[in-house]
Design a protein around this ligand. Structure first.
Ligand code: GTP
Ligand code: MG
Length: 208
C-alpha cells in the first residue's frame, strides 16, 4: 500500500494562523480520543503525521496538512485535524473557546468541502455527537459520519450502534448522511474515504 505524500503546514487557533485556503479541504471532527489523528495517519499511511495520544484533549489547535494524491489521482488537497469535544476535564472557559474556534472554522473556511464527523463504533449515539450533527445540518455544512475503532468490537455490536445512530437521526432528518466504518489498525475504510475525497477533488478541479 502506497503512503501518500503529506506534510504538516500550520497549527493555529484563528484564521490568520491557518494555512492559505488554496486547495479543497476536508476536516476531521469528533469527541476527544475518538481517533481523528489516527484516522488521518491511516489515510495517509504515515505513522506519525498527526499526533496520536492516550491523553484525551491533546489536539488543541486546528492542525492543517497538505496531502498529495488519493487512490488513483495525484491531485493535492488539504486536511484539518480539529480538536475534540466532550473531554470531561476541560474547563468551561476552554470549552467556550473551543466552540468559538470550531464554529468560526466550520462557517468561514472557504475551501472546506466536507466534514468527516467521527463517532466511536463501540458506543451508542452520544449527545455531543448528535448536537454537532444538528449544528452541521442547521448550518448547511456537508458531512459524512465515520464510525471508528471497528477492530475493537464484534461486527454485530458495532452494527447495533450504527443502527441506533440511524434511528436517532431519522427522528429529525429526512435523509441520512453518508456513513463509513473504519479501523486505523486494520485500515478498514481507507479506500472508501479516499474515494470520497478523490471524487470531490475532481469536481472541485472542474469548478476551479
Ligand atoms: P484528540 O486529539 O485527543 O481529540 O484524540 P483523537 O480523536 O485524535 O484520537 P487519537 O487518534 O489520538 O486516538 C486516541 C486513542 O485511540 C489512541 O490510543 C489510539 O491508538 C486509539 N485508536 C484510534 N483509532 C483506533 C482504531 O481504529 N483502532 C484501535 N484499536 N485503536 C484506535
Ligand atoms: Mg488528535
Amino acid at each position: 500500500m502506497k503512503a501518500l505524500r503529506a506534510e504538516h503546514l500550520t497549527s493555529g487557533r484563528d484564521a490568520k494562523a491557518w494555512a492559505k485556503p488554496t486547495l479543497p479541504e476536508y476536516a476531521f471532527i469528533g469527541r476527544s480520543n475518538v481517533g481523528k489523528s489516527s484516522l488521518i495517519n491511516m489515510l495517509c499511511h504515515i505513522k506519525k503525521l498527526a499526533r496520536v495520544s492516550n491523553t484525551p484533549g491533546r489536539t488543541r489547535n486546528v492542525e492543517h496538512f497538505r496531502v498529495e494524491g488519493t487512490l488513483s489521482s495525484e491531485r493535492p488537497w488539504m486536511l484539518a485535524d480539529l480538536p475534540g469535544y466532550g473531554f470531561a476535564k476541560t474547563s468551561k472557559t476552554e470549552r467556550a473557546a473551543w466552540e468559538v474556534m470550531i464554529h468560526l472554522y466550520l462557517r468561514e473556511r472557504e475551501n472546506l468541502q466536507c466534514v468527516f464527523l467521527l463517532a466511536d463504533s463501540r458506543l451508542p449515539p452520544q449527545r455531543n455527537d448528535l448536537d454537532m450533527i444538528q449544528w452541521l445540518g442547521e448550518n448547511g455544512i456537508p458531512f459524512h459520519i465515520v464510525f471508528t475503532k471497528a477492530d475493537k468490537l464484534s461486527g454485530p455490536k458495532a452494527q447495533a450502534n450504527i443502527a441506533a445512530m440511524k434511528r436517532e437521526l431519522k427522528k429529525t432528518w429526512e435523509s441520512l448522511p453518508p456513513m463509513h466504518t473504519t479501523s486505523s489498525e486494520t485500515m478498514l475504510g481507507r479506500e472508501d474515504i479516499l474515494g470520497v475525497i478523490e471524487e470531490v477533488n475532481a469536481a472541485w478541479m472542474k469548478g476551479a
